[in-house]
Design a protein around this ligand. Structure first.
Ligand code: NAP
Ligand code: MG
Length: 508
């Protein structure tokens, strides 16, 4: 594989120090293995459904295996909930709503949420290991990002439970009832927290369906909820595939649907909910632009690009998957990026030195590979890490394409993997136009040393979150959500409460 060529364009091309990194140089970055152990907890050979505060077998007895994507080993078998199980779960949630949850004081609801938050913190190591085992993400991320943020969401919304009157002054916020919540595989526990915590804080009960490939931390969360002694049926967790999700959405006795996943499935859900006149919030796909101006702090920007697209193997809806670089800085950025990706360590998710873990599933790997090939077929130069990959499991080398055209599939379609499409722009207006030239609008990043430029550009981007001189930063108190086909409704912060209350003006 060749390094990027120098093509001087314009007068402002900075002098570039070029370093050729052969695979042998990259090997000098090897560290001794530092795997996280997991002999202090057990994964049972099979799991049931958590319905009405009890662990029950699926009615028709169906189960499916869940894997470790880094080794392809079966970790355990989980239940596949059918329509009868969905019905049981919704009945349990309805009963819990009418009998306990809507009646208990806001302070009591807060107490339960604080309990869950504390239990997540206490079992954080176990949860982080489980997330990496089942999902393939590096333990460093599960340990430092996913699990602490999941706990933080429960702490945050526990704080709101008895302050809803302050959140919506002069209104009379009331819960909706039973919420059906469907989540994807890229941040399994964190997405469960984003969904469950605000729903419970507002007095709703829930039926949660985790993704087929990553059910384990949701089942551990169910166990935590059981130990926190929540009234039975307030939270129900039903594992299964797309059919289980579809049965949940079309059930007649739901009051609300909250979905995070692909735009394709989100559209089907939107249509069904419209027919049923059911409130729905959708957090869907993205194709974020990371915009680098020539005056950006380049080393930080390159770290931001790396974090933006290679964090969690690019399995991030808000990943910075399109890189827009000001033309005068393209050589410098591409050189630095090329050099930096050679030092990324791709390997066992449980190793604390790993930067990029395993792709979540065989199907996702095939999808990433197909889209990357379309970049090659379009004639775009392809660059990737040269490290050795494990022989088993699902892996994809951190990759970027240069000279990408706006119309290329890799510039328009969500790849949801560690593949970056690099394009250039000349003026700020062109940057905005190109950044907005997508059907998505979830997030964006801007890198410049001028604060005023940062704010001016941010205001023109049609994206729910815009990061300035940073990327992929999350906090429970800030809202998250999309424009256009990235969905509607917001999660996080005070805005995350809104989809879970009937917002009535208080009558005088
Ligand atoms: P997906 O196929 O849409 O699945 C999401 C969830 O919906 C899974 O639990 C899935 O079950 C379930 N599901 C599948 N078909 C369904 C149907 N017809 N009715 C109801 N539920 C159904 O998405 P994914 O491939 O798991 O996740 C990747 C996508 O999610 C990406 O497009 C990404 O951008 C998006 N995402 C968005 C956000 C955000 O906040 N905006 C966050 C994370 C991910 P199975 O697991 O069995 O398929
Ligand atoms: Mg799917």
């Amino acid at each position: 594989m060749k390094r990027p060529k120098t093509r001087a364009k314009g007068k402002n091309v900075p002098a570039v120090t070029r370093v050729t990194l052969a695979p042998s140089d990259a090997a000098s970055w090897q560290y001794a293995p530092a795997p996280e152990t997991y002999d202090y907890f057990k994964i049972a050979p099979r799991y049931g459904l958590f319905i009405g505060g009890k662990w029950v077998a699926p009615k028709d007895g169906r189960r499916f295996p869940t894997l470790n994507p880094a080794t392809e080993e079966v970790l355990t078998h989980v239940a596949e909930a059918g329509p009868a199980d969905v019905d049981r779960a919704i009945k349990a949630a309805r009963n819990a709503y009418e009998r306990y949850w809507r009646r208990c004081s806001p302070q009591t609801r807060a107490k339960y949420l604080f309990r869950i938050a504390r239990a997540i913190t206490e079992r954080s190591r176990e949860l982080a290991v489980l997330e990496s085992l089942n999902g393939g993400k590096p333990i460093r991320e599960s340990r430092d990002v996913d699990i602490p943020l999941a706990a933080a969401h429960f702490f945050y919304y526990a704080g709101w439970a008895d302050k809803l009157e302050w959140a919506f002054p002069n209104r009379h916020p009331e819960p909706l009832g039973v919420a059906g919540q469907i989540i994807p595989w890229n941040f399994p526990l964190l997405m469960a927290a984003w969904k469950i915590a605000p729903a419970l804080a507002c007095g709703n009960t829930v039926v949660l369906k985790p993704a087929e490939t990553t059910p384990l931390t949701a089942l551990w969360l169910a166990e935590i909820i059981e130990q926190a002694d929540l009234p039975p049926g307030v939270v129900n967790v039903i594992t299964g595939g797309g059919d289980t999700g579809a049965a949940l959405v079309r059930h007649p006795d739901l009051d609300k649907v909250a979905f995070t996943g692909s735009t394709e499935v989100g559209k089907q859900i939107a249509i069904q909910c419209a027919r049923l006149r059911r409130p729905v919030t959708l957090e869907l796909g993205g194709k974020a632009a990371n915009i680098i101006f020539e005056d950006a702090p380049m080393d930080q920007a390159v770290e931001g690009i790396i974090n933006g697209i290679f964090f969690n193997q690019g399995h991030v809806c808000c990943a910075g998957s399109r890189l827009l670089v000001q033309e005068s800085a393209i050589e410098l950025v591409v050189d630095k990026l090329y050099r930096r990706i050679q030092s990324l360590r791709v390997g066992p998710p449980l190793d604390k030195n790993t930067d990029v873990g395993a792709i979540n599933s065989k199907a996702q790997l095939a999808k990433i590979d197909e889209l990357a090939r379309s970049g090659e077929q379009a004639g775009r130069p392809r660059y990737q890490t040269e490290c050795a990959l494990p022989s088993r499991g699902y892996w994809f080398r951190p990759t970027f394409f240069t000279e990408v055209a706006l119309s290329d599939r890799i510039a328009q379609e969500e790849i949801f993997g560690p593949v970056l499409s690099v394009m250039t722009f000349r003026t700020p207006d062109e940057a905005v136009e190109k950044a907005n030239n997508t059907r998505y609008g979830l997030s964006a990043g801007i890198w410049t040393d001028k604060g005023s430029k940062n704010f001016k550009i941010a205001a023109q981007l049609r994206a729910g979150v815009v990061w300035g001189n940073t990327f992929n930063k999350f906090d429970p108190s800030s809202a998250f959500g999309g424009y256009k086909e990235s969905g509607f409704g917001r999660e996080g912060g005070i805005f995350g409460l809104l989809p879970y209350v009937k917002d009535r003006w208080r009558s005088a």
